[in-house]
Design a protein around this ligand. Structure first.
Ligand SMILES: Nc1ncnc2c1ncn2[C@@H]1O[C@H](COP(=O)(O)OP(=O)(O)O)[C@@H](O)[C@H]1O
Ligand SMILES: [Mg+2]
Length: 262
């Protein structure tokens, strides 16, 4: 059952940055994402929540073009991207963190960000540029590392970072691509409690002037960070609205939230 907890037109009148219609993905006969219609307004942090197996990661894979949809359409800033290749979607400004911007363990922290910056230009810089450009990329990489608070680790091998710092580096490599839309799939997964506050603050900071969609199981994080939430269950949207609307919805509580939120 679809429950419109917020009138889509009412919350924000801007054109949606991301618009999905009738989106379906089947694996064999199994429907992982079923007929999803949703709009995401620019400049907000949106949560995607739902039980394990609900189709959240598959939905992100459809958006980032890792999977081809079985049917339906996806528009980014008004442009149909349903059949566009993943690299092109990145260049158009939608980046899935922790997947596209993977960390290379043998490179230093700085080199990782520099590679991401090169990728944004879409050229293999080694072939054609002089040292001047490499220097300027280095400066930009240092600026990004400073922004996420790990400039002091610039010369460390990525493999030697703590888990929380690795995730911070991944966020820096995502920022290097200067995305308009960031997709974060469970950014806090596996993170120590003391790192959650740090990464939350970082997500808030990097989401300014962008649109962020995040799958997040920690509902305290969702409540703290997100403007709106969409609830998926069995591949379908069961509710959307502000977090307090979602939290108080009995259907949603039954389907998902249960007793683990206080
Ligand atoms: N590549 C795949 N092949 C077959 N089934 C898949 C594949 N990817 C996901 N699924 C199935 O689709 C459902 C949704 O998975 P997923 O999107 O990972 O859920 P979530 O991220 O919400 O936990 C699950 O039942 C999962 O087993
Ligand atoms: Mg998942």
């Amino acid at each position: 059952m679809i429950q419109e907890l917020v009138n889509d037109g009412q919350a924000v009148s801007d054109t949606p940055v991301l618009s999905v219609r009738g989106l379906c993905k089947s694996f064999g006969g199994f429907h992982a994402v079923k007929n999803v219609d949703v709009d995401f307004q620019p400049g907000q942090i949106h949560a995607l929540i739902g039980p394990n197996g609900a189709g959240k990661s598959t939905f992100f894979s459809l958006l980032s073009k890792f999977h081809e949809p079985t049917s339906g359409t996806i528009s980014l800033a008004g442009q149909d991207i349903t059949r566009i290749r993943p690299e092109k979607v990145v260049r158009m400004g939608m980046v899935r963190s922790f997947q596209i911007s993977a960390v290379f363990p043998e490179m230093t922290v700085l080199e990782n960000v520099r590679v991401a910056l090169q990728r944004r230009t879409g050229r293999d810089i080694q072939f054609w540029c002089g040292l001047g450009l490499l220097d300027s990329l280095r400066d930009e990489a240092m600026y990004l590392l400073d922004r996420v608070g790990i400039a002091d680790l610039a010369d460390k091998r990525a493999a030697d970072l703590s888990y929380g710092r690795k995730r911070t580096l991944e966020i820096a490599t995502t920022l290097a691509l200067d995305p308009k839309v960031i997709l974060l799939d469970e950014p806090m997964a596996g993170m120590a409690i003391e790192d959650i506050g740090m990464v939350s603050a970082l997500i808030k900071e990097i989401s300014q002037d962008r649109t962020t969609l995040m799958v997040e199981h920690n509902l305290n994080v969702v409540e703290d960070l997100c403007d709106t939430a969409t609830v998926l269950a069995r591949g379908e949207i069961v509710a959307k609205g502000t977090f307090s609307e979602i939290r108080n919805d009995s259907e949603v509580r039954r389907a998902y939230i249960g007793t683990d939120y206080d």
